[in-house]
Design a protein around this ligand. Structure first.
Ligand code: SF4
Length: 359
């Protein structure tokens, strides 16, 4: 465990206390939160935290409500088919989270409930250090430091940390560790999230409303908006692929399931080649097609940004007989919405349908 840096401003207890006093007055009312004094349900805390990774509170709200209605507890989610979970997740992105959510529900149900310690929680599928700490603190009252992007920003400013992210993470974590109170650690975690989300915002922080305004080193130096510093990101690499839009004699489109492991694992796709650094030549792409047909290349390309690379997809279209497909599923255009299709494939479908309509 890291030790908190020695140059702490006013003692941790007073910083925690002032933040908790602010939280009692200004806390956000969110569907997954319990009223003050009520124990939080670990299933709800976990579900909301997984959904909130890389997604805004406003977007998550309706998904959270739908999931709870359909799968009111972790055992119900464990009994669900993975495809139903992926389908319900559509629009939240980062589908590995949905696959892990389902795997985690099954693991938790097998062991008879959520574990209560950070270490045990972090051993479950899809639960990283931040989420483990958040669940341990909020649902089980453990003294755990949940440091997300909001908390990092507020702490980097409070202590005017000059080291850029991500190198500053261990220091910020150590500061957070020192601040978490033994009493109300769950409220403290949520208070820090709320402070970062509503007051200590990335741009134009509202320092005049902040419970730490008189002790914040960045505020004192006029550095708030300049912190935290971030290391320059390397340019994203570009990958290339070809997607095959095939329509059979009944007007149905060929889809197939991607392998369980890897990017967009277990989701449906318009069959495509590998996504590689080198563009595909037409001849070699046709050899990789899912059926033998008279392929024509559609004009333009579909672009999609993933976290670690940008993808450029060329689309080939053809009519084909159902019997020629070795694998996959023929789906009528009106039923495409019933399948768990990632955003990039929705773009491919829209592009191909537009091209078909324009013929
Ligand atoms: Fe953030 Fe300003 Fe509060 Fe400092 S005083 S923690 S910069 S909102």
């Amino acid at each position: 465990m890291l030790r908190a840096p020695s140059m702490l401003p006013p003692v941790a207890a007073s910083l925690s206390a002032s933040l908790l006093t602010w939280y009692d007055r200004h806390r956000r009312v969110l569907p997954w939160r319990t009223p003050p004094g009520e124990a939080a349900d670990p299933y709800r805390v976990w579900l909301s935290e997984i959904m909130l990774q890389q997604t805004t509170v406003a977007t998550v709200g309706p998904y959270y409500a739908r999931f709870l209605t359909r799968w009111p507890d972790v055992a119900a989610l464990a009994r669900a088919e993975l495809d139903d979970v992926l389908h319900a997740w559509q629009g939240l992105g980062y589908y590995a989270r949905a696959r892990n959510l389902h795997a985690c529900a099954r693991a938790v149900t097998r062991r008879g409930g959520f574990p209560s310690t950070e270490a045990e929680l972090a051993a479950l599928p899809g639960i990283g250090p931040y989420t483990a700490a958040a669940i341990a603190a909020i649902a089980f009252g453990c003294r755990a430091a949940a440091v997300d992007g909001n908390a990092e920003r507020a702490l980097a400013r409070l202590y005017a940390v000059p080291t850029p992210l991500p190198a500053a993470k261990p220091h910020l974590r150590a500061y957070a560790d020192a601040l978490v109170p033994a009493d109300r650690p769950g409220d403290f975690a949520q208070a820090l999230m709320d402070l970062g989300a509503t007051v200590c915002t990335p741009k134009k922080p509202r320092c005049d409303l902040c419970p730490w305004r008189d002790v914040c080193q960045a505020n004192a130096c006029g550095l708030a908006e300049a912190l935290p510093r971030r290391a320059a990101k390397p340019a994203k690499p570009r990958r290339h692929g070809v997607a095959f839009w095939t329509v059979n004699e009944a007007g149905a489109v060929l889809l197939r399931r991607r392998p369980e492991r890897g990017l967009l694992g277990g989701m449906m796709e318009v069959p495509s080649t590998d996504w590689r650094t080198r563009p595909w030549k037409d001849g070699e792409a046709k050899k990789a097609a899912p059926v033998k047909a008279r392929w024509r290349r559609l004009a333009g390309t579909v672009e999609h940004g993933f976290t670690h690379f940008d993808l450029e997809l060329v689309i080939f279209a053809a009519a084909a007989k159902s019997a020629t497909a070795r694998e996959g599923l023929w789906v009528l255009p009106s039923r495409l919405k019933d399948h768990a299709l990632p955003s990039v494939m929705k773009k491919v479908i829209a592009w191909a349908q537009n091209a078909d309509a324009a013929r």
